[in-house]
Design a protein around this ligand. Structure first.
Ligand code: URA
Length: 199
């Protein structure tokens, strides 16, 4: 099976198995989407209204902004993989609850194991805190984090502000755009798998 087939199987399995309470109110699951052999995976928070309707992540206003930032660094959306920590829309786009995050956590970890990207980019504090609960996004954004997690081959992480939060906040927007521009350089600094330039 190739990675695409493995992900299709995985999503089918988790759509049945996931015990997230948000299943009761959401229209459908919104699994990850994009290039399964991408060296970058973006992780957001949870689907919004548009994502819930279409069953695909980042297809609303935040997704449009994300697409613009990607085009500035010459990356096409189809080239990367995007997913969320929570796979179902929280009512009225409220923050996902800790138990909703835990219910969807294994699904996310299974996706990451299949893709095994070189770099994971967190979009916002919820995604970052899912892996680094002690960090504040205000201090950690735009800085490369290196950490080995049990059962995960990826050890490079890059937190960013969430595009939806930055969309209508001038100063946060500027910071996000500047942080985004660092991505190509960050990618170059990460050694090919097995290398050790950064530890
Ligand atoms: N915001 C997110 O975090 N995820 C989406 O899929 C859409 C908006």
């Amino acid at each position: 099976m190739n990675k695409k087939e493995k992900l299709d199987d995985l999503n089918k399995k988790w759509k049945e198995k996931c015990e997230c309470e948000l299943k009761k109110t959401a229209t459908q699951a919104v699994p990850g989407d994009g290039n399964p052999i991408s060296e970058i995976v973006f992780i957001g928070e949870a689907p919004g209204k548009k994502e819930d309707e279409l069953g695909r992540p980042f297809v609303g206003a935040a997704g449009k902004f994300l697409g613009e930032m990607l085009s500035h660094i010459n990356i096409k959306r189809e080239e990367i993989y995007i997913t969320n920590i929570v796979k179902y829309r929280p009512p009225n786009n409220r923050d996902p609850l800790p138990e909703e995050k835990s219910a969807c956590r294994e699904w996310l970890l299974d996706e990451l194991k299949i893709i095994s990207p070189k770099l994971i980019i967190f979009l916002g504090r919820h995604a970052m805190n899912n892996f680094f609960p002690e960090l504040q996004i205000s201090g950690a954004h735009g800085k490369l984090l290196i950490q080995k997690f049990k059962g995960m081959s990826t050890k490079y992480f890059f937190p960013l502000y969430h595009p939806a939060a930055a969309l209508y906040n001038g100063s946060m927007r500027e910071i996000l755009i500047e942080d985004f521009k660092k991505i190509p350089k960050v990618l170059k600094e990460i050694p090919a798998r097995g290398g050790s330039a950064l530890g």
